[in-house]
Design a protein around this ligand. Structure first.
Ligand code: ZN
Ligand code: FE
Length: 257
């Protein structure tokens, strides 16, 4: 199986996962960039997976479905384009001979889903399609959910194997790392990663996919349990002395950073 990050809009990635014959796309906010890649790689679109109902994740579904007849799967939400199959926490999907596990990850929106391809039979790293829940070096804004919901959702990702490839829906890495470095200026893994990402972006290459092991080392939103992160967060909110209050303070701070 191969992964392709298709750029769309200013900073979205539409993830295409394929076996060189058939493909799955996640969150096609636009149809044309996906149709172009399907055409150039000579792939048939089998399924469309949706993480949440925001326009930049669903805008291309109707056109893609009409062009390819691909099945659409996603969360229960009135703004989802019809017809589609509703998925819930812990559902599994069998697509292209692969098993995908569905995780409910409320926070950015209440009905947000993530998809994990475990790939146990093939020796390939597991893949996480996390939409706007986790970004490299950051996490999604809390439009609908609470800090506790988001913290628990990110906790589900933390329990995935370190080698899990993290396929986020936006290229927000460099601006996230600016904030992360403000929180942990002496984190060597973070300093090294920032350098690496600056080089990638200079060459107009994606910083994604990331991995869960790396994110646990560099992403402050996965590190709110650590004393050095809480100490930094206290300069924004002096109550930030345990994981949840620290996480809430970081999220609030990042909104205006
Ligand atoms: Zn969103
Ligand atoms: Fe988005």
């Amino acid at each position: 199986m191969k992964l392709v990050a298709i750029p769309a809009f200013n900073d979205n990635y539409l993830w295409l996962w394929h076996d060189e014959h058939q493909a799955i796309v996640v969150d096609p906010g636009q149809a044309q960039p996906v149709l172009d890649v399907l055409g150039s790689l000579n792939l048939k679109l089998n399924a469309i997976l949706v993480t949440h109902h925001h326009k930049d994740h669903i805008g291309g579904i109707e056109e893609l479905h009409q062009a390819t007849q691909a099945l659409v799967f996603g969360p229960e939400h009135p703004q989802m384009p019809l017809p589609f199959k509703v998925l819930k926490d812990m559902d599994t999907l069998e697509l292209l001979g692969q098993t995908l596990k569905v995780l409910a990850v409320p926070g950015h929106t209440l009905s947000h889903l993530a998809y994990v391809a475990e790939q146990s039979s093939t020796q390939q790293a597991p893949i996480l399609f996390c939409g706007d829940t986790l970004f490299s070096g950051g996490c999604g804004r809390l439009f609908e959910g609470s800090p506790l919901q988001m913290l628990n959702s990110l906790g589900k990702f933390k329990s995935l194997p370190d080698e899990t490839l993290v396929c986020c829906a936006h290229e927000y890495t460099l601006s996230n790392l600016k904030f992360a470095l403000h929180i942990e200026p002496n984190n060597q893994a973070l300093l090294d990663y920032n350098k690496h990402c600056l080089m990638l972006r200079e060459h107009n290459r994606p910083t994604l996919p990331s991995s869960m092991g790396l994110e646990k080392q560099i992403n402050p939103f996965l590190r709110a349990h650590l004393p050095q992160v809480q100490l930094s967060a206290k300069s924004f909110d002096d109550q930030a002395n345990e994981e949840l209050s620290c996480f809430a303070a970081l999220r609030e701070w990042k909104n205006t950073f």
